[in-house]
Design a protein around this ligand. Structure first.
Ligand code: TPP
Ligand code: MG
Length: 340
């Protein structure tokens, strides 16, 4: 019988193992599929009325999550948005922890009281995700400032969307990070849409990367459909951050396959646009690369796909059978009266 403390230790070590497994290229591909099938199932669970509230899924952007997670250390800090199930899974959070949180279960990453938009686990470096567009940018700058002040060998990463680059917090965060040469990497997932609007209708520039120039900041435009390209870009930026060279803005060009949130079918998109992006699906591209390199066979790939589908089906059953969040979990991390 494992006590609560022991269970926590087991989960933490499982998460770190999941993170380390990204050293292996086939495991990276496996994790991308896990994210894709997980998100497909999440959409169904909401449509079936089994989950309340809303959710924002990540299909199409998986290469970015993996490229970031395989490059950072668990001690680095990551700030993300409401569209972060994929990044949490890539960083090592277990599927039980993410689905448990989404379904309001006690096993969720913060005890089931936060839901889809509020995932967090300090042991893998994931600071609380947030629904405030751009909100993670100054928080990441703050985490980087703390590393600088404390002299710790750690960097911070903010992951945000193209729409967030129109928010004041983006400009304030980048400016101060540049002036103070903070060890932070700003990663913009330019997925062409902010809510229900195409980027050309809301944003004065086509490439978000141009905005780095105002803050004297190095920048790169990266193919967000390629795990290796993302990892290489993140590695260059992280190296700069760790060696005192200050912040970098990376813009990863990608595409959001789903609508903005659960109820959005994305009908405002121009005909054929999704189909064009599907031709460069990040999971298919990586699979082809692994097969070409002799690391994966078509037969093994098919088996892995089936195994992950089965894993996700079992996951849903397990989480649905697990206890709901306890009301007391809402107050677990709150101290009332004198900061006791
Ligand atoms: C400060 C703030 N303003 C507006 C909103 C409403 N809102 C939620 S998502 C979103 C679009 C953000 O788009 P983007 O940054 O491109 O991220 P994506 O959803 O594409 O990942 C908006 C405007 C919000 N949540 N927070
Ligand atoms: Mg966007």
């Amino acid at each position: 019988m494992v006590g609560k403390g022991g269970l926590l230790v087991m989960i933490k070590s499982q998460q770190l193992q999941r993170r380390e497994s990204l050293n292996d290229p086939v495991s990276r591909w496996d994790r991308m599929l896990e994210i894709r099938y997980f998100e497909d199932r999440i959409k169904e669970l909401f449509a079936e009325g089994l989950v309340h509230g809303t959710t924002h899924t990540y299909q199409g952007q998986e290469a970015i999550a993996i490229g970031i997670a395989m490059t950072l250390r668990p001690t680095d800090n990551v700030c993300c948005t409401y569209r972060s199930h994929g990044i949490a899974l890539a960083l090592g959070m277990t599927t039980d922890s993410v689905l448990g949180e989404i379904m309001g279960r006690a096993i969720g990453s913060i005890g089931g009281v936060g839901g889809s938009m509020h995932l967090s686990d300090a042991s893998i470096g994931l600071l609380p995700t947030s629904a405030i567009v751009g909100g993670g940018i100054p928080v990441a700058a703050g985490a980087a400032l703390s590393a600088q002040v404390l002299g710790e060998d750690r960097c911070a990463v903010a992951v945000f969307g193209d729409g967030a680059s129109n928010i004041g917090a983006f400009h304030e965060g980048l400016n101060l990070a540049s002036v103070w040469k903070l060890p932070v990497v700003f990663i913009c997932e330019n997925n062409v849409y902010g809510e229900y609007s195409r980027i050309n209708l809301t944003t004065s520039v086509e490439d978000i990367s141009i905005r780095a120039e105002s803050y004297s900041m190095p920048t790169e435009i990266i193919d967000g459909q390629s795990v290796d390209k993302v990892a290489q870009g993140v590695a260059r930026a992280v190296e700069r951050a760790r060696s005192g060279g200050g912040p970098t803005l990376l813009e990863c060009k990608t595409y959001r396959y789903s609508g903005h949130s659960r109820a959005d079918a994305g009908l405002y998109r121009p005909a054929g646009e999704l189909e064009e992006w599907l031709k460069r699906d990040p999971i298919d591209l990586y699979e082809a690369q692994l097969i070409e390199a002799g690391l994966l066979s078509k037969e093994r790939a098919q088996t892995i796909r089936q195994e992950i589908q089965e894993r996700i089906a079992q996951l849903v059953e397990r989480v649905m059978a697990s206890p709901l969040a306890d009301v007391s979990a809402m107050f677990r991390n709150i101290s009332i009266g004198g900061g006791q």
